[in-house]
Design a protein around this ligand. Structure first.
Ligand SMILES: Nc1ncnc2c1ncn2[C@@H]1O[C@H](COP(=O)(O)OP(=O)(O)OP(=O)(O)O)[C@@H](O)[C@H]1O
Ligand SMILES: [Mg+2]
Length: 262
C-alpha cells in the first residue's frame, strides 16, 4: 500500500486534577472532580463510564472547546496552550456539512489550515479507497448510510493532520458487522499514522478490541474508578479466555459503586 502521510510527532498527554462544573438554574453542577488521565505517544485509550458523567465534556476540554476550572493539561511536559494545533476531534454526532459532498467534507481541515489542496485531495481519495468508500466521494451526506457517514467523519478527522485524535462514540448506532469493519479500519489507520487516540465508548467489547488501556469513570462528579491494561495482541478475538476475563473485570468495575472494591 502506498504511504501518503508521515507518522505523527511525540504526543504525550497528561491531565492533572482537572475539575469542571456547569451552572444550572443558578446552581453549580460539578461534573469533573480532580480527574487525572495519561495517554502516551501512539497509545489508544478508551474512556468508559455512565451516561452523563462528563466524557464529552472531558473531550471538549482537551480540544479547547470548553474551559476547565482547575487543573493542568500537559503535552510532552508543557502546558497545552494551543490545542487546536495538536488535537482533531470527531464529535459524538458526525456533524457533516449537508451541502458539501463526502469528499468536500473531508477536505474541510486542510482548507481551513490553508494546506495544499491537491495533495490533501490525493490523500483523501486514497483514504476513501482504504475505508471502502471508493465511488462515493461525490455523494452528499444525506445520500450515505450512517456507517458511511461515520467513515467520512473519521477520514475528515484524520485529514486534520493532528497528532492527537479524540473520538466521541465514533461507532455508536451501527450494526455489529459495520462496527466490526470500522474497528478494523480504525486500527489500520492508527497503525499506519500512529496517532495518539482517546475514544469514548459505552461498549466494553469495543473498548477491549481497540484499546491499549481502558479508563473506567465514576458517576458525577467524575473521577477515575479504574485503569485496565489490555495487553493482548491485535487482532483480538472476543472468544479468547484472556479477553473474556478482561471483559468480566471491566464489567465488575463498571458496576462497583464509587470508591468501592472488587
Ligand atoms: N455546555 C453545558 N452547559 C451546561 N451543562 C452541561 C454542558 N455540557 C454538559 N453539561 C452537563 O454536564 C454533564 C456531563 O455531560 P456530558 O455530555 O459530558 O456527558 P457524557 O458522559 O458524554 O454523557 P453521554 O454518555 O450520554 O454522552 C451533564 O449533566 C450535562 O448536562
Ligand atoms: Mg457524551
Amino acid at each position: 500500500m502506498q504511504q501518503t502521510a508521515q507518522t505523527h510527532a511525540e504526543a504525550y498527554l497528561k491531565l492533572c486534577r482537572i475539575s469542571k462544573s456547569f451552572a444550572h438554574n443558578g446552581l453549580l453542577l460539578p461534573v469533573l472532580d480532580r480527574l487525572d488521565l495519561e495517554v502516551r505517544t501512539g497509545e489508544l485509550v478508551a474512556l468508559i463510564g455512565p451516561s452523563g458523567c462528563g466524557k464529552t465534556t472531558l473531550l471538549h476540554i482537551i480540544s479547547g472547546i470548553t474551559p476547565y476550572d482547575a487543573g493542568t493539561i500537559l503535552l510532552n511536559g508543557r502546558d497545552l496552550i494551543d490545542p487546536h494545533r495538536h488535537v482533531a476531534y470527531m464529535q459524538q454526532k458526525d456533524l457533516l456539512l449537508p451541502w458539501r459532498t463526502a469528499l468536500g467534507n473531508t477536505l474541510l481541515g486542510p482548507e481551513i489550515a490553508g494546506e495544499d489542496l491537491k495533495r490533501a485531495e490525493d490523500e483523501a481519495l486514497q483514504l476513501f479507497q482504504e475505508f471502502g468508500l471508493a465511488g462515493f466521494e461525490h455523494l452528499y451526506p444525506a445520500q450515505l448510510s450512517s456507517g458511511m457517514r461515520q467513515r467520512v467523519a473519521l477520514i475528515r478527522t484524520i485529514l486534520c493532520h493532528r497528532e492527537i485524535l479524540l473520538l466521541d462514540e465514533p461507532f455508536s448506532a451501527l450494526d455489529a458487522l459495520t462496527r466490526s469493519q470500522l474497528h478494523q479500519w480504525l486500527l489500520h489507520a492508527w497503525q499506519r499514522f500512529r496517532h495518539t487516540i482517546i475514544f469514548v465508548t459505552h461498549d466494553v467489547e469495543e473498548a477491549l478490541v481497540l484499546a491499549d488501556r481502558v479508563y473506567v469513570l465514576t458517576e458525577r462528579p467524575t473521577n477515575v474508578k479504574a485503569i485496565v491494561d489490555v495487553p493482548l495482541p491485535r487482532p483480538r478475538q472476543s472468544t479468547l479466555p484472556e479477553f473474556v476475563q478482561l471483559k468480566a473485570t471491566l464489567l465488575r468495575w463498571l458496576h462497583v459503586e464509587r470508591d468501592g472494591f472488587l
